[in-house]
Ligand binder design. Structure first.
Ligand code: B12
Length: 246
């Protein structure tokens, strides 16, 4: 039962949908080129179901077609949540009891990134997906630095606030900016702090791979759809529960 294939109309028919842009004006030849690309990617037959000019000399396509590939779900590797989900009340109680002071969180978007909606969804009291953000938690002190924070500014703020955790958002991924900025950030914290004093480093954004935390030098990567409760629970798990247990 671990071997499956995608379906569109009838179970197991192998139908998938793919979208992409080609650098040519919309024409019959452009549609043929889209089909050729889909064929080369293993879609056979492939049908252009949507084609629209986007800007001068570019066309956006949606292609629907059959693939013969099988997926083995037993061979899938993912990062599972390895800590319990807490309610705000439980998180507050754990911090109060375990830390006996408020836990300090400093957050922001680094580099030139001005996409603050994601970090605000996690930090602002308003929250996300029906959950209140970290500002709602009585035992958390949240300092939201906003957009386009430089790495030195972030390190300085973390020091000034005696941050327990630093939360960084990266949404723009052009030329791997999110990866380069995150590595620069984690290296700067490693340089600025002795290993046992460094704040917990958490990075998030829609196009991160959760499995890349070691490669990026951070303690956890969160990706699309993250809720504030998941983040608060992680902070309590790593900064309170783990310390109490040791
Ligand atoms: C709104 C938006 C903007 C707004 C941003 C307003 C603001 N104050 O944030 C404005 C208009 C300013 C903007 C500008 C630009 N944008 Co814009 N923008 C978007 C858009 C439409 C939505 C992003 C968003 O708000 N998502 C909603 C939030 C809630 O989701 P999220 O960010 O994924 O956050 C969640 C998780 O990822 C996670 N998370 C995120 N951060 C963090 C951090 C931590 C610590 C944790 C734990 C979790 C976490 O939790 C959140 C809740 O679940 C996206 C397209 C899209 N549909 O996603 C493009 C998009 C991100 N923008 C894009 C681009 C290109 C730009 C511009 C360069 C455009 C231009 N040429 O000027 C500029 C860049 C400006 C800059 N300097 O950064 C591209 C990026 C492409 C790429 N490969 O990098 C996108 C993908 C659009 C596209 N398809 O081309 N943009």
């Amino acid at each position: 039962m671990s071997i499956i294939r995608p379906y569109g109309d009838t179970t197991g028919d192998g139908m998938v949908q793919l979208s992409f842009t080609l650098p040519m004006p919309h024409s019959k030849v452009a549609e043929g080129a889209a089909v050729q690309l889909a064929n080369k990617m293993g879609m056979e037959p492939a049908l252009v179901v949507h084609a629209k000019p986007v800007g001068e000399g570019f066309t956006f396509f949606v292609v629907y077609g059959r693939v013969s590939h099988l997926v083995d779900t037993d061979a899938v590797s993912v990062v599972e949540r390895d800590y319990p989900l807490l309610t705000p009340k439980e998180a507050n109680a754990a911090i109060k009891q375990g830390l006996r002071r408020r836990l300090v969180v400093v957050g922001g978007c680094i580099g030139t990134d001005a996409h603050t909606v994601g970090i605000d969804a996690i930090l602002n009291i308003k929250g996300f997906a029906g959950e209140k953000g970290l500002e709602y938690y009585r035992e958390l002190k949240v300092v939201n630095l906003g957009a386009q924070v430089s790495v030195p500014e972030l390190v300085a703020a973390a020091r000034a606030e005696k941050a327990d955790a630093v939360l960084v958002s990266q949404v723009v991924t052009q030329r791997d900016a999110h990866l380069l900025n995150t590595r620069e950030m984690s290296a700067a914290f490693r340089e600025a702090y002795p290993a046992d004093r460094r704040p917990l480093l958490v990075v998030g954004g829609p196009r991160f791979d959760e499995a890349m935390s070691a490669d990026l030098g951070v303690d956890r990567v969160f990706t699309r759809g993250t809720t504030p409760g998941e983040v608060a629970s992680f902070l309590v798990h790593r900064l309170v529960s783990a310390k109490v247990a040791s």
